[in-house]
Design a protein around this ligand. Structure first.
Ligand code: HEM
Length: 517
């Protein structure tokens, strides 16, 4: 008996020692080893701090920046407001440096060749998984790797073909008309009104996703949008704090809320999909929406290979639908809101864009071919996406030893591509980098960037945003319709405070004066 008890005690002791060793290795020995390897190659950065790395300082700087109002004309102020920690650490440690995401080192690079190389090799440089709670906010295609990613990308691609997008123009148009109808009602007898356009633009892009994804109205999807918006705020909070492995299973308030929201969103989307599948079986309805095209592409693939593993499961389809809301809604609202802000500031560009819209479209119907002639509007969008990219940075990680541009990156290292810092960089863009100048895009993106990867608001390489044409078409229609009906300017109560809540958003709304034309 004693022998059994002894063996048990020794086994337990070994397990405890092994676990303790694993934890010590994870939070101290391994980070210190990686720090040494990276420092020896010239990457400077703050010294690794146990468990938190740079997270505490990052969170503190984020909170401090939130309480400040900034000068729209001062690019450095904008940067130190939006990406406070990164901006500060790049100034302190150089263009290629390291920062600590908890116990994981992240190499931040401003080098276009490294960016190009890493974003092309998608099998070597994979998405970072910082906090598993983020899966409640964005899962599906954006998070998959390898064969699973390739399969989903192939199945979802047809939904975003330009030919399919053409069929969605009436839905874009209808959503915009409804929003502008509300704006018109707010106009007072002097022909003007003050309006916070931010919630209206958010409602517009929600409405558009609802109609184009599900062919249903915003009213039906309203609960889904609200829930997904709440979920992104909780997700952003989770991202700001250190993730302790396994803590997602603890019954904390945030965990419980995120799980409850997720259950409810899944239930709502499943019911939409079930109804759709029934309608498809009965040969009813139109299948020109994202869900219809995705289900059709899925069914075709399964039939072609006579094998269900070639298609997506219903749960996977639900994840992709959630992703459309998340990835497509706030991002496009962000593009539109910063466009209105910058055109309020730069009235000459607002006039040029309106003149073009009236010349090209007049009172004719919107169609994709006519919209493609809006050159000035395009240049304005490119410049807005440069200065106010809805996604301010992306990251990857390496799971095995990789060489990148002569640097040796051991397994466990992450790489950060600070989109916004790169877009503002004077070495890459010239001395007017921080100024609003759509003319730089007058001969297209390749000319403006001299064919370097220094402009990537939609990401770059095989994993480039699948919805970029969708977003730009939607934004074009919305801006054209706004310019046809209104001119706009800042209200005295407008406060410029772009802030990152997963996407780049106006912290205090966007109060503008609208004048009916
Ligand atoms: C102005 C609007 C938008 C911006 C700035 C934007 C930005 C981005 C960026 C930067 C990425 C790459 C992320 C990475 O490489 O880590 C991405 C990927 C993605 N975006 Fe967008 N996006 C926009 C609109 C949309 C829309 C409208 C949809 C769908 C309705 C969408 C769906 C996706 C998806 C599914 C991915 C993942 C692609 C993959 O991994 O293969 N996005 N987006």
């Amino acid at each position: 008996m004693d022998a059994v008890a002894n063996t048990l005690a020794i086994s337990c002791a070994i397990v405890v020692v092994l676990c303790a060793w694993k934890v010590v290795n994870m939070v101290w020995l391994r980070p210190k080893k990686l720090e040494k390897i990276l420092k020896n190659q010239g990457f400077n950065g703050n010294k690794y701090k146990l468990l938190f790395g740079d997270m505490k300082e990052m969170s503190m700087m984020f909170q401090q920046s939130k309480s400040k109002h900034i000068n729209i004309d001062d690019g450095d102020e904008v940067l130190s407001h939006v990406v406070a920690f990164l901006h500060h650490s790049m100034q302190k440690h150089g263009r290629n440096h390291i920062m600590w995401m908890g116990w994981n080192p992240r190499v931040i690079t401003m080098d276009p060749l490294l960016i190009k190389d890493a974003l092309t090799k998608i099998y070597d440089f994979q998405k970072t998984k910082i906090n598993p709670l983020i899966k409640f906010v964005a899962s599906g295609l954006v998070t998959y790797e390898g064969d699973q990613w390739a399969k989903h990308r192939k199945l979802i691609n047809p939904a975003f073909h330009v030919e399919k997008l053409k069929n969605m123009v009436p839905a874009f148009h209808l959503s915009c008309s409804e929003m502008l109808g509300k704006w018109e009602k707010s106009i007072s007898s002097n022909g003007s009104c003050e309006l916070d356009v931010w919630p209206h633009l958010q409602a517009l892009t929600s409405d558009v996703i609802s109609r184009t994804a599900f062919g249903s109205s915003y009213e039906e999807g309203i609960r889904i949008f609200e829930l997904i918006r709440k979920q992104s705020i909780l997700g952003m909070e989770a991202l700001q704090s250190l993730y302790i492995p396994g803590s997602r299973f603890l019954p904390t308030k945030r965990n419980r809320m995120m799980k409850a929201i997720d259950r409810e969103v899944n239930r709502s989307i499943r019911s939409i999909i079930d109804n759709r599948l029934k309608a498809m079986k009965a040969g009813e309805g139109n299948y020109h929406d994202l869900l219809g095209i995705m289900l059709e592409s899925n069914i075709k693939e399964v039939e072609q290979h006579q094998n269900k593993t070639h298609g997506m499961t219903i749960n996977e389809v639900i994840e992709e639908c959630k992703l459309f809301y998340f990835a497509g809604q706030e991002t496009t609202a962000s593009l539109l809101v910063w466009t209105m802000v910058l055109l309020s500031k730069h009235q000459e560009w607002q006039s040029r864009a309106r003149e073009e819209v009236l010349n090209v479209l007049g009172d004719k119907d919107m169609d994709v071919d006519r919209l493609s002639h809006l050159k000035v509007v395009n240049m304005i969008f490119y410049e807005v996406l440069r200065l106010y990219p809805p996604v301010v940075g992306i990251a990857r990680k390496v799971d095995k030893h990789i060489t990148l541009g002569g640097f040796s990156l051991p397994s466990g290292v992450q790489i950060g591509f600070p989109i916004m810092l790169i877009h503002y960089d004077e070495q890459l863009w010239g001395s007017d980098a921080k100024k609003f100048n759509p003319d730089r895009f007058s001969e297209g993106i390749s000319k403006a960037t001299k064919n370097q990867v220094i402009y990537f608001p939609f990401g770059w390489g095989p994993r480039i945003c699948i919805g970029q044409n969708f977003a730009l078409l939607e934004a074009k229609i919305a801006l054209a319709m706004i310019l046809q009906r209104f001119s706009f300017d800042y209200s005295p109560s407008y406060v410029h405070a772009p802030t990152q809540i997963l996407t780049l958003q106006p912290q205090f709304g966007t109060h503008l004066i609208l004048h009916k034309l």
